[in-house]
Design a protein around this ligand. Structure first.
Ligand code: BG6
Length: 493
């Protein structure tokens, strides 16, 4: 499908996300000739600057962050379609002026009144912007479409998420709301379903009869950097688990959908989230480990602890790490633990889904030769994209020695493979009205329900932070979650 003519308005046009992700994504789309022919983008922000100054800044961002090398010709095609407007999100006059400007662009670019409103702003502005768009007749116009793209965090718990949702659905129809979870735009996330449902080999064994446990990890080397102000309110629970980690879990565990259409896929995703075993305070105590990094060494460099970071309280109890053991209470997954782990300031940057198969019955080789390694399938999300499979084979020689061997398919190791960045795919999807890779309200709702139980249990207990040094695999208790279950420890902890 081609992208429709439209004007995209980015609220928060001078922010980090716009410069690092959105503008480079538009450039990449321009490079691939996938931007609509009739298209313009208006960045709005509180600072005063003219179009030219803004374009100049965008030029720098594209040079630094775009996937394709900056080409003057491609840039000039995008450049002239970029505009900047100074704007105060609370001020009605600004909306009136913006609307007039957008109507002018509609004529100039023949964009028919179609709009993408991208909210790349602090969450406290989400509701007010939406309300004002409505008040000024910019949101629900017949004969054209208006789509709302909303960044995370979508609320900070179920209640606040519900309130926000009520406000935005009072203005935009659910079908025009695109809740971003940028993990869904990653190449390998789409591949999870392809691997499962486009092979005869995997689906028949994708259940509790054959799978022993599933480990989902997303480790980062970076700390919170300059985002301390935001992160203090979020922590790993809200920043990573509520959205990205639960999306990974959902796609891994999903039942085959009735079709590949948006509704069928989302319906199945919601079923997984609804089947998640809900944590009681006792289960949180047993199955959830939180951590916060102290000073340590990453890549041979000394780095400060979380409490020493910019805009972080020196007595902060915000978690920068979470590990947990979850269960999905349905027939496919009953009894299979899903170990989830995510944290900042870990030794490597990696996101993977590790599927460990059950041990063989103690007959034949397993009886003769003792312990055999289990089969392991790893879906590698990033930085390497690919699939790894471990199985047992005979070591060449006159004796029968059985050793685990590996097949390792790396999709982005080959020369010339350059997977689209997540935001590129997601923006393109918004332009063509394809919302499969965005979170429907009920997905967000059930994710918060799960997360709220953990947050509530944590409130009643003080953590002993910091409890892992930067550059380590997290607190000892996290490794114990796996080891305590006698599960193979694939990752050092
Ligand atoms: C963001 C979080 O959503 O995801 C960040 O707010 C985190 O804290 C980032 O660093 C990780 O994304 P990626 O694509 O680098 O794995």
């Amino acid at each position: 499908d081609a992208a429709d003519p439209c004007v995209m308005v980015i609220f928060g046009g001078t922010g980090d996300l716009t410069h690092r992700k959105l503008m480079p994504a538009l450039y990449n789309l321009q490079h691939e000739k996938r931007l609509p022919k009739h298209f313009a983008v208006v960045a709005v922000g509180r600072r005063n600057k003219d179009h030219e100054t803004y374009r100049y800044e965008v030029y720098d961002s594209i040079k630094n962050y775009a996937r394709f090398k900056l080409h003057e010709h491609t840039w000039s095609e995008l450049r002239r379609r970029i505009y900047y407007q100074k704007f105060d999100f609370n001020n009605d006059i600004g909306y009136i002026r913006l609307n007039t400007f957008l109507q002018k662009l509609d004529e100039q670019y023949r964009t028919r009144g179609n709009r993408i409103y991208y909210l790349a702003v602090a969450p406290e502005y989400f509701a007010v912007i939406v309300e004002k768009l409505y008040l000024h007749g910019m949101a629900r116009n017949s004969g054209s479409w208006q789509r709302l793209v909303i960044e995370k965090p979508f609320g900070r718990d179920l209640d606040s998420a519900r309130q926000l949702n009520e406000k935005i659905t009072a203005v935009f129809d659910e079908s025009n709301i695109y809740r971003i979870d940028h993990y869904l735009g990653k190449e390998m996330l789409q591949n999870i379903m392809v691997i499962r449902f486009a092979n005869m080999l995997f689906e028949p064994v994708w259940n509790n009869r054959f799978i022993d446990n599933i480990q989902i990890l997303s480790c980062e080397k970076v700390g919170v950097g300059s985002r301390g102000g935001y992160y203090e309110q979020a922590g790993a629970l809200r920043d990573m688990l509520q959205n990205h980690m639960l999306q990974l879990l959902t796609l891994t565990a999903i039942e085959p959908p009735a079709g590949l259409d948006t509704k069928s896929i989302r319906d199945e995703k919601v079923k997984v989230l609804r089947s998640l075993e809900q944590f009681t305070p006792e289960l949180v105590e047993q199955n959830v480990v939180r951590g916060q990094y102290g000073p340590g060494i990453v890549d041979n460099e000394e780095v400060p602890g979380y409490r020493q970071e910019e805009r972080v309280s020196p007595t902060s109890n915000t978690e920068t790490f979470i590990a947990l053991k979850a269960h999905i209470d349905n027939l496919r997954w009953a009894g299979v633990p899903f170990y989830i782990r995510t944290g900042k300031r870990m030794p490597v940057k990696t996101t993977e889904i590790i599927i460990q198969f059950k041990p063989l019955p103690k007959i034949l080789y397993a009886r003769e030769y003792g312990h055999l390694q289990p089969n392991i399938l790893i879906i590698k999300i990033q930085p390497r994209e690919g699939v790894f499979f471990q199985f047992n084979a005979k070591k060449p020689g006159t004796e029968c020695n059985i050793v685990p061997v590996q097949m390792d398919y790396c999709q982005n190791c080959r020369e010339g493979v350059n997977s689209p960045a997540a935001y590129e795919r997601l923006l393109f999807d918004v332009m063509r009205g394809e919302s499969t890779l965005f979170a429907r309200w009920d997905e967000v709702e059930y994710a918060w329900k799960f997360v709220d139980n953990i947050a509530a249990a944590w409130q009643t207990r003080q953590p002993g932070f910091p409890n892992y040094p930067a550059g380590s695999w997290g607190p000892r208790e996290a490794a114990a979650l796996l080891a305590g279950d006698n599960r193979n420890r694939l990752y050092k902890g």
